[in-house]
Design a protein around this ligand. Sequence first.
Ligand SMILES: Cc1ncc(COP(=O)(O)O)c(C=O)c1O
Length: 354
Amino acid sequence: MNPFWSQIARELSPYVPGEQPRILNLVKLNTNESPFGPSPLALEAMRNAATDTLRLYPDPEATELREALAVHHGIKPEQVFVGNGSDEVLAHVFVALLKQPKPLLFPDVTYSFYPVWAQLFGLACETVPLDGAMRIRVEDYQREAGSIVIANPNAPTGVALSRAEITRLLEDHPDIPVVIDEAYVDFGGESSVPLIADHPNLLVVQTMSKSRALAGLRIGYALGDVGLIEALHRVKNSFNSYPLGRVAQAGATASVRDEAYFRESYARVVAGREAMTRELIRLGFAVLPSSANFVFARHPALGGSEFAAALREHAVLVRHFNKPRTSPYLRITVGTEDDAQRLIAAAAHILGHE
Ligand SMILES: Cc1ncc(COP(=O)(O)O)c(C=O)c1O
């Protein structure tokens, strides 16, 4: 260990992102990116923004983007906060809202960045086990807490809670911040955005990395009561005034305005998910019901770690989480039709189904 490290750096256990290999002709189904490109209008807007004006700092408030998001979601621009990927937005949320004297609750199986931020920012937290079917049960959150964060659909399971279940959670906890991370909601989940009007403690976080195919641009945002959004601005302006550059703001704004392309591309992903799920079930996989752009699947014949390694030998990359409850599973991103065929052919070969 380097002697110049602070105590904070020494004690961290950082999040490990999915591999971004530089191998050609790989079927990359490990980081839940979109198999289709971003809106052509977004690409054009970014090309147009790459001019001499880049010498100037961007709008620190990302006004146009926030206005476009407000129109898309039917709320006011003051209810929108944007950041450099929803990871950055969530990090600010941990500091601005979730850090309370009582513990933060989240599921035992969920986005693995939550415990990392909790450690970085010194939050006490308690995990709430998923049930035997790997579902979140909102009744299990009926206990004393300082705050709650839930990914809906959950990651890496893909299983979604209904809006009625989220309403029940909010009714049980009117006095603490409740954050719903909707990174995958556009692929079939029920968004909690309509609940914002009646719940000043609800913050909904979304991203443009998945359904808008802009993971490389890094755009995330939060929607909620103006009081919650103000807290996020206070933290952001104590950290980085300009998290989104000019090109990113232009591309993201054009993407939000291109409703037709957005609808078409998430519908294609949903169709791909259903087709891939049918094929996996045919090969004997147990697949959790997914409302996301990935599935969480296990096979009785082979452990998750062995299966992921065998698929890698066939140049197919999927994600495996080596924790007790998740280790039998593979998390497989929905790709193109061709990706799905190569995945299924490789899995069939591994299982000796030929
Ligand atoms: C549940 C969940 N939340 C947030 C994120 C972060 O997404 P981004 O920082 O690309 O917006 C991810 C990324 O995989 C995720 O799975």
